[in-house]
Design a protein around this ligand. Structure first.
Ligand SMILES: CC(C)(COP(=O)(O)OP(=O)(O)OC[C@H]1O[C@@H](n2cnc3c(N)ncnc32)[C@H](O)[C@@H]1OP(=O)(O)O)[C@@H](O)C(=O)NCCC(=O)NCCS
Length: 191
């Protein structure tokens, strides 16, 4: 185990993806406090596009500031890794792995999202591998994640990366129309 190589805004990886024949330059980097407005714009945009995230209302700047401060502190304390996906200077994706504590401090929970127009380009698969490498550096041995039952694309990506389902908790999501959806828990060892 080694401490996370966190530095504000540090670039972790860069690569090109292709969309409709055009090259998109993708930067994976650590957050800094100067990302507050970009990160707020991102979370409030992505939550409107997908029904697969837990967030279901707009966040205030104060709430996002609290999240960003806590996340950066977590990275300095070697408890959390957060990586933004940036295209043309704009945050288009966000992912984290956060350690549990005490006797389960070797277990990390992963969460990931991308703006819809950047999905299906292979970015999520590559991005998850990077997040897991960083989590392993931080001492994470088991990665846990979950997806709402009907999120077939996320399940496909997670299975492809070696995650195994543990089970599905019924009625984990309740939508505004009162309908429920289960949430499947998955795990993967980091050897
Ligand atoms: C889930 C998510 C992170 C995946 O990232 P991504 O960049 O879109 O994924 P990739 O392009 O790397 O891979 C997509 C894979 O899913 C497959 N796929 C696409 N739509 C699918 C569907 N409806 N059912 C099953 N598989 C599907 C693709 O064929 C591809 O598979 P392949 O690599 O074997 O060819 C991203 O789509 C996302 O952020 N979605 C919205 C928010 C979300 O659902 N977050 C996860 C919450 S648990």
């Amino acid at each position: 185990m080694m401490p996370l190589d966190y530095a504000p805004g540090k670039v972790v990886e860069e690569f090109d993806a292709k969309k409709e024949g055009k090259r998109i330059h993708v930067v994976l980097r650590y957050p800094s406090m100067s990302d507050l407005d970009g990160a707020l714009g991102y979370i409030n945009a992505v939550m409107k596009e997908t029904e697969f995230l837990r967030h279901n209302r707009e966040l205030s700047r104060e709430e996002e500031k609290e999240w960003l401060e806590g996340t950066i502190k977590g990275m300095k304390d070697n408890n959390k890794v957060a990586i933004f996906v940036e295209v043309n200077g704009r945050i288009v994706g966000s992912g984290t792995v956060e350690k549990s504590f005490g006797a389960s401090a070797h277990v990390g929970t992963l969460g990931i999202s991308l703006l819809d127009r950047y999905t299906g380009l292979g970015i999520g698969t590559r991005y998850m591998k990077t997040l897991m490498e960083k989590a392993k550096d931080m001492g994470v041995e088991v990665v846990k994640l979950s997806h709402y039952e009907s999120n077939d694309r996320a399940r496909h990506v997670y299975e492809k990366l070696g995650f195994k389902p543990v089970g599905t908790m019924p009625r984990a999501r309740k939508d505004k129309d009162g309908s429920y959806q289960g949430e499947t828990i998955m795990y993967r060892m980091l050897e």
